[in-house]
Design a protein around this ligand. Sequence first.
Ligand code: R5P
Length: 298
Amino acid sequence: MIITSCGNSERMAKKLAKQLQATYSPLTIGAFPDGDAYLKFNASLRGQKVVIVQSFYPHPDMSLFDVVFAAETARDLGARKVILVAPYLAYMRQDTRFHPGEAISSRIMAKLLNNSIDKIITIDPHLHRYKSLKDIFTINAVTLTANEVLVDFIRKKFAGSHAENYVIMGPDGESYQWAEEIAKKAGLPVTVLEKQRVSSWEVHSRMLHPVPIKGKNVIIIDDIISTGRTIEEAARHAKKMGARSIITIGVHGIFVDDAMEKMKKAGVTTVISTNTIEKETSKIDVTPLIEDVLRKEK
Ligand code: R5P
């Protein structure tokens, strides 16, 4: 097995190679003077299973392009199987035509990958209108969830011995599915806000399933934190209701532009994410989840 990365998840790729005693071989990725992409494998791939580890952030479009180029090249060089590990899979939120004429990007992304890889492994893809990845992928698609790892983290770092001081909050209806499961497993109360997205940059919300918030440490959980507007709104609610502290945990921490400052300004005291996207906030390691799946490929 050869493990490589197109640049976004190098640390995870190296860690997986070490844990699985596989070869880590970095790709050379560059561009010709006119901007045409250049890509080169630096190991012999004939007869090998090739694992490309690539989070689709930053640069979702280039990430997809690089993965398709790498996968096609791997096949061309005689790879036996090409597996994509996309810890964060972009484009999943555009799962319908919200306005006439729009591209349903998730379908196009999946179509490109269906043609060039044999298997995809991803973590908490944004499944809203799709029931599962099978709705768009014809190849073997493995969906993992960081829920258990998040529960462990919450127990160890926060609510272990003072559970009565903590509340889990889902910032919108979509997040309730995992907020509820995590709260149940961590033995904490859960509440959810109803979100109304006015535009890509503007979000309003109101509280459903109310629980006491005054004097509590509120842990807001979401799958993706992008502009930070959803968390900002939730944090404002929590603060208005007298929360003592506000912790935010996102599986995929994108944090566009000033997202971090906006959340802090709204009262968020701590921001934590997993390493599906490698950042300073990545305090929760999801590599073992992927390792377990890849071990079966060895
Ligand atoms: C949307 O449905 C997702 O679950 C997240 O709530 C959303 O992507 C967060 O985006 P933003 O940080 O831009 O509000």
